[in-house]
Design a protein around this ligand. Structure first.
Ligand SMILES: Cc1ncc(COP(=O)(O)O)c(C=O)c1O
Length: 361
């Protein structure tokens, strides 16, 4: 096998080696079927089993109650930015948006095409470094829903609590921290996530939606944008991303074998602490982007004294097999994405480089 690197990419991101090995072993013939998962009908008993296993895996890991549906859609998290207002926000109606980073801002912009997207809180003027306290969030009277992003992947800020909508349905984009810790699902009306960070490969969007939201889908909705129609058809209104759903089923098995989400939360806290300690103990050579209380355990964002040093740092890191560290093109800096499948050893290698690099520069 060719050497594998430590891949700090924000997504598509590193997958558990055990999952890749299993998929590789089952590539030519999936469990006696004589074909790969990519080649089999989505209506076959084989695939039905895979879909059921992926659904059960998500339901068990996140402890999803029976009045929620688990859907596997396409179009990425970004389609959800549109699909949510297209189903739940009519012209003249209001939905609340919390803006704690780049993705929340884009979501609100899409919603404004359907109705009033009211910004109830935004940290943009201070550079997306903070997360509001629950007590600061006052939903609008009559708001159709309250949308927020639980982990802003670009900025590296994360909610440490499940937001309470005080009666307003809470809709959450959890693309970059879902499955990293247990959640209180009953606080949410909808949680969605692009799969390509912590769930599986790109091309699948997980949507967990409460039954009463399905009843609110307007009559006459285009069927591929209609949560109710998709739920009634068990995520198979059209041909789903069969391969992606298969990998999700394997990731769920892997997560269970690792002790589930409580174990993931513990591991993530340890990995992130190693990195943040290295930043904090660098005598100012490295500066963390997020305020301490808002620091993401998934995407650690920081800067070096100059853009030139950041570029040099990335070049040296890549040469050592530490890749994907360049910050998002819109903000620059360094971003180390350390999702569930990212090994602690990779974090240790990165902090060794950080210490050595600071000493030399
Ligand atoms: C928090 C968050 N929301 C939405 C998106 C967009 O996801 P997609 O590319 O699946 O549409 C991303 C992508 O990185 C993200 O990190």
């Amino acid at each position: 096998m060719e050497r594998r690197i430590f891949n700090f990419s924000s997504g598509p991101a590193t997958l558990p080696i055990e999952v890749l090995e299993k998929a590789s072993a089952e590539m030519l013939s999936f469990r006696g079927s004589g074909m790969s998962v990519m080649e089999m009908s989505h209506r076959s008993a084989y695939f039905e089993g895979i879909l059921a296993s992926a659904e059960r895996g998500i339901r068990d890991l996140l402890n999803v109650p029976s009045n929620y549906r688990i859907l596997f859609l396409q179009g990425g998290a970004r389609l959800q930015f549109s699909m949510i207002p297209m189903n739940f926000l009519g012209a003249g109606e209001t939905a609340d948006y919390l803006i704690t980073g780049a993705w929340g801002k884009i979501a609100a912009k899409e919603a404004a095409k359907c109705g009033n997207a009211r910004i109830v809180s935004s940290s943009e003027s201070s550079g997306f470094k903070s997360i509001p306290e629950q007590a600061e969030i006052v939903p609008s009277v009559g708001a159709k829903y309250l949308h927020y992003v639980s982990n802003e992947t670009i900025d590296g800020v994360e909610f440490k609590y499940d937001l309470d909508g005080h009666g307003v349905p809470v809709v959450c984009d959890a693309s970059s921290n879902i499955l990293s810790k247990p959640l209180d699902i009953e606080k949410y009306a909808i949680i969605y996530a692009g799969a390509q960070k912590n769930i599986g490969p790109s091309g699948v969007t997980l949507v967990i939606i409460r039954d009463d939201m399905l009843d609110r889908v307007p009559a006459g909705q285009h069927s591929m944008l209609d949560y109710r129609a998709i739920a009634e058809n068990g995520s198979m209104l059209n041909t789903p991303n069969t391969w992606g759903i298969y990998i999700i089923s394997l990731v769920c098995e892997w997560l269970r074998s690792q002790g589930g989400l409580a174990a993931m939360a513990e591991k993530s806290a340890l990995k992130a602490a190693v990195l943040y300690d290295s930043i904090d103990n660098s005598d100012g050579f490295y500066t963390g982007h997020a305020e301490r209380s808002a620091r993401s355990l998934m995407n650690v964002t920081f800067r070096l004294p100059s853009i030139e040093l950041e570029d040099k740092f990335c070049v040296e890191a890549t040469a050592l097999g530490l890749d994907g560290l360049k910050g998002h093109r819109s903000v620059g800096g360094i971003r180390a994405s350390i999702y569930n499948a990212f090994p602690k050893e990779g974090v240790e290698r990165l902090v060794e480089l950080m210490s050595d690099f600071a000493g030399r520069n």
